[in-house]
Structure formats: C-alpha cells, structure tokens
Design a protein around this ligand. Structure first.
Ligand SMILES: [Ca+2]
Ligand SMILES: [Ca+2]
Length: 145
C-alpha cells in the first residue's frame, strides 16, 4: 500500500459548463480522485469574464460582505470567494451552485470562471488539471429589431 504517499486529487468534472440565463444557477461539479478515507477540502471562487459578478475586483472579502446589500449596479452572477468545499470520507463528488441573474435584456452569451485553490495546510492534496472551468450564461432574450 502506497496510498499515503499519493496525493489526493480534486478537480472539476468538466472545464466547460453552461446554462440559459433563466436557469437560475450554474452547477459546478467537483470530483475527488483517490482512495483516501480522510476528509479533503478545497476552496471555490468565481472570477469575472465577460459576465460580471456582484463582487468587484479590488474589494477585500470584508468590504464585500459589508457592502453587499448596497450593490445596485447590474450584475450577471453572484460572486463566491474562497468558499470551503469539503469531501467527507468516501464522498467523491460535490456540487457548487452559482446563482445567475435573469432579465429581459438581450445580451451576448457571457462567461465567467470557477476556480479551485487549496486552503493552507493541505498536505498531500493536489488540484487536478481541471482546476479552472468556464461557465457560459446563454442569452435567452430576443434581439431588439
Ligand atoms: Ca433573460
Ligand atoms: Ca438577458
């Protein structure tokens, strides 16, 4: 048995996700690849692409939480910062849902990223190659004449 010397690997099950704008959310699926019986944690975050999250770059997590109720600017999805996702022993799949905003405004298809990172002290844990995934929000509104 050499399993103790083998890194536990966590990654997305796909690097491409997508939903129509009125779906309400995009679901990212995280998978754990190993034979370990210990819990394993990773951090999930979103990053803006052409789709804009409600979290604006340059804010700290604290100012974001302090100001979140004051955001009036339009946004496409609800940002997530360093959300801890824990696989319990023998659990091999976890889902993370990111809320997306529906409106009646025609837009191009827009995308954002889901990112995995490791929390501090993650000895023996590695991210797989699919640690970044693109989520596309497909326009579902008619093009203006
Ligand atoms: Ca819509
Ligand atoms: Ca729209």
């Amino acid at each position: 048995m050499i399993s103790d010397a083998t890194n536990v690997r966590v990654e997305f099950n796909s690097t491409v996700y997508g939903e129509d704008e009125d779906a309400g959310m995009v679901t990212f699926t995280l998978i754990r690849i190993d034979e370990s019986e210990r819990p394993v944690s990773v951090l999930f975050s979103t990053a803006n692409g052409s789709a804009q999250g409600n979290y604006q770059a340059g804010q700290t997590s604290q100012t974001w939480h302090n100001n979140i109720s004051f955001f009036a600017a339009p946004f496409d999805f609800t940002s997530i910062m360093d959300m801890l996702v824990t696989f319990q022993p023998s659990e091999t799949q976890r889902e993370v849902q990111v809320m997306i905003e529906n409106d009646n405004v025609y837009e191009d298809n827009e995308d954002f990223l889901g990112l995995l990172t490791l929390p501090g002290g993650s000895e023996g844990v590695a991210l797989g190659s699919a640690s970044t995934a693109t989520a596309t929000i497909f326009n579902d509104d008619g093009k203006p004449l």
